[in-house]
Design a protein around this ligand. Structure first.
Ligand code: GTP
Ligand code: MN
Ligand code: MN
Length: 616
């Protein structure tokens, strides 16, 4: 089947509204970047559907996007990246704070002046033969008290299209900037100019990028420079670079929090509403939990955000949160009718797929979408694929980009300017051993200790043993824009300010395994039972038993009615083995020591207290 492509539109037909900005700083910055990168044209994006349509047609005509069969997937596209440009590049991600100690031991630091010079060289002429797009965007509802503005300069129309879904993008933001609102500067180039310094031209390729990559944050000046990658978190600078790395520093300085958290509204059978945010490391189920369909009768979960939350104390003294994004950039493999039907329904159309497989009927497929794969596919690298090929059809990190507004479970007030008041915060990792299904923190400090010790086994260790742990404090390891120990101190300070109005904190682990290496807890929709227990705790309706590591459900506390769990399973889900916990405490101490005297004494006290009770 062939799909006809509409005629190519040149960039000149885009955005007739503007050729510049009346804001002198913005105009000077765009001029400066254009002088440095030397594009053929500068386009000020207006964020209109017309603009998106022109750009997608252009990319289809150039062979850089495949239009999916509109019968199955209207206004949707497939992008295939260069196989070397498929994920975030943490070893090329830099935090260039003025003071090296402010970046801390978990970030790559580079001296800002030297890095600026290096970037000047790298970006010189990097957009030759291409169009420079100016993409103004808002993180959070326009003008909201927790929202922030940004501008991304990019030479990638694929990035423009994705930014149009992931943020509130366009003309109105320029008007706000021109009225004096502050904004964050972000610059992106794929690093594949079509003309060299001598004027010699070269052909474009399907996915232009550069082997050399830089993802550079300058927290002190609130700036991002990204080079060489067109992919996801490296190129959509609103997301990890701004909304987490830069925003975490803004939060430190201004008293708020930028977190790698999903955000949901939970409605009890009595109709009572609770708001919950949860931090899990990448690939540990944030998108799943944000769209959860409860298996227990009467409960409802509505989605507000699936990846990032910004939280700030409100005038009433409580903690309020927004989802600063407008779309989902979710992992495709494993997303199917049984695991996340809501996500599948969200992507009915108007979706950009990256690195998934193409079906013969012009729709998409990936591992886990259906139980039985189609007999023939074109895989993510453009090669013929059959179930006998012995390799995945979709890249394991293939993604879908889709507007949050299309999600059937989206909460009515997901765009409330002031956000929603948070009742509970959850921390979770992927632990085969040690960490129980759920535990409540005794207080805020203990909760911060739980967040600071989020980790996953590097290899699936056998039950009862403690393997080497990959630490991912607050699920922020790759995203904290400053010294992680200072970040813990900031969390403690926020808790102090919230006082008795602070949300309750819980720790969860969906991933505990039995001797055979199988997950003990069924997970997914059944996780609603754990949410139910949390709400009962908030309401003072459930007892808990005090253990050295936190407050656990009593024997009959968790609703497991109708689940196929044996007594032994339940015991294993909640087992706390003092010897392996003490061994884990040693590893935690070792980890804390990396941060020297910047570790807040309150966390050392929490560690001492856990040890003390384990030895009891
Ligand atoms: P990023 O978007 O990269 O930040 O990650 P994420 O936290 O959104 O992860 P995502 O939801 O894409 O994680 C999906 C993985 O978690 C898949 O392997 C799922 O099978 C697994 N997963 C999610 N929920 C559960 C659960 O309740 N139990 C089990 N066993 N696996 C789960
Ligand atoms: Mn996700
Ligand atoms: Mn994420």
């Amino acid at each position: 089947m062939t799909l006809t492509n509409p005629p190519v539109h040149t960039p000149e037909t885009l955005s007739p509204k503007r050729t510049g900005s009346t804001d002198p700083n913005l105009q000077a910055w765009v001029d400066e970047i254009a002088r440095l990168t030397q594009p053929d044209a500068v386009v000020w994006c207006d964020g209109s559907p017309r603009e998106a349509s022109i750009l997608s047609r252009q990319l289809v005509a150039e062979g850089k996007l495949i239009r999916l069969n509109p019968e199955w997937r209207p206004n949707s596209f497939l992008a295939r990246t260069n196989p070397k440009d498929v994920a975030r590049v943490e070893d090329r991600t830099f935090i260039c704070s003025n003071d090296e100690a402010d970046a801390g031991p978990t970030n790559n630091w580079a001296e800002p002046t030297a890095m600026r010079e290096e970037l000047q060289g790298v970006f010189a002429g990097s957009m030759r033969g291409r169009t420079l797009y100016v993409v103004p965007f808002s993180m959070g509802p326009l003008g909201g008290p927790i929202s922030q503005l940004g501008v991304e300069i990019t030479d990638s129309p694929y990035v423009v299209l994705n930014m149009g879904i992931m943020t509130r993008m366009g003309e109105q933001i320029l008007t706000m900037i021109e009225a004096g609102d502050p904004w964050v500067h972000t610059v992106h180039s794929i690093g594949y100019p079509l003309v060299d310094a001598n004027g010699v031209k070269r052909d474009d390729v399907e996915w232009p990028c550069n082997d050399t990559k830089y993802i550079v944050q300058f927290p002190d000046t609130r700036e991002v420079w990204s080079y060489g990658s067109g992919y996801g978190g490296n190129a959509l600078l609103s997301k990890k670079s701004f909304a987490l790395r830069i925003a975490s520093v803004m939060g430190r300085d201004e008293g708020w929090l930028a977190e790698h958290m999903l955000l949901i509204k939970l409605i009890s059978p009595e109709g009572k509403v609770f708001h919950v945010s949860a931090a899990f490391p990448s690939a540990c189920g944030k998108t799943n939990l944000s769209m959860l369909q409860p298996t227990i009768p009467g409960w409802k979960v509505e989605t507000i955000g699936d990846d990032i939350a910004w939280l700030r104390q409100g005038e009433d003294g409580r903690l309020w949160a927004i989802n600063p994004e407008a779309g989902f950039f979710g992992v495709a493999p494993g997303t199917g009718e049984t695991t996340n039907p809501t996500a599948v329904a969200t992507m009915w159309g108007n979706t950009i797929f990256t690195n998934v497989a193409l079906r013969d009927d012009g729709d998409v497929w990936w591992e886990g979408l259906t139980d039985t794969p189609p007999a023939h596919l074109i895989d993510w690298q453009g090669k013929d694929w059959t179930p006998a090929s012995g390799r995945p059809a979709a890249h394991p990190n293939s993604r879908f980009t889709v507007a949050a507004a299309q999600c059937p479970s989206i909460a009515d007030d997901w765009e409330a300017a002031g956000g929603v008041p948070i009742d509970a915060i959850i921390f979770g990792g992927r632990r085969a051993t040690n960490v129980p299904l759920v535990a409540q923190a005794r207080n805020w400090k203990h909760g911060v200790f739980m967040g600071a010790t989020i980790s996953s086994e590097k290899t699936a260790a056998a039950e009862g043993t403690v393997g080497e742990l990959r630490r991912d404090p607050f699920a922020m390891l790759p995203f904290c824009g400053y010294n992680m120990a200072d970040y813990w101190a900031h969390w403690l300070a926020v808790g102090k300010s919230l006082g008795t109005k602070a949300p309750a904190i819980f720790q969860v682990n969906w991933f505990r395994k039995d001797e055979d290496g199988s997950f003990i807890w069924p997970g997914f929709g059944e996780n609603s039972r754990v949410l139910e227990w949390m709400v009962r705790r908030l309401e003072g309706q459930a007892e808990a038993r005090d253990t050295p590591i936190g407050l656990l459900p009593t024997a009959d506390g968790l609703n497991v009615e109708g689940l196929d769990l044996s007594e032994k399973d339940l015991e294993q889900l909640f087992a706390i083995d003092p010897a392996s916990w003490l061994a884990e405490c040693d590893l935690t101490e070792e980890y804390f020591n990396k941060f020297g005297d910047r570790v807040p004494p309150a966390l050392l006290a929490e560690l001492a207290s856990v040890r003390y009770h384990l030895k009891d």
